[in-house]
Design a protein around this ligand. Sequence first.
Ligand code: PNS
Length: 165
Amino acid sequence: MASVPEPRAAIYPGSFDPITNGHLDLIKRASRQFEELVVAVLRHDTKAAEFPLADRLEMIRDAVAGLDNVRVGSFDGLLVDYARRQGARLILRGIRAVSDYEYELQMALMNRKLAPEIETIFMLPGETFTYLSSRLVKEVCRHGGQIDDLVPPHVADRLRAMRRR
Ligand code: PNS
């Protein structure tokens, strides 16, 4: 008898400080490829986050509200331990340009060393998002630039509110 493949869950980890249209594009693409997608926000990072964890989670939840197989969670410690706890054997990362590759390669190989049963897979966001990063969006907003095409509307509102503080 042919074996039935296990349901495939993938983890999409990151800082999401804040979620951009590039992240959202990748989430939508991935939600069509996997049974379940867990967007996993790193709680504490060495780089100080602009938005508190609760705000980052809320912004992602609002952005993915229409996607039934997407869950949002947060983690501390090693990503592979979180993936194991979630029963996921796939880590998903987006690669925008060659400049992302070296960092991603190091992380993927370290994660493989720590957890050989977990695979990292890469997807490309839509080419219009190649230049987009949370860091640049924050910088553009801080200096009064237009961010409406770069992030979902509720995220743009939060960024502008932050600028006014
Ligand atoms: O959006 P980012 O900041 O590029 O995401 C980086 C992230 C969260 C995926 C990475 O920092 C991470 O997985 N941190 C958890 C700690 C860990 O598992 N480190 C060992 C793997 S290199």
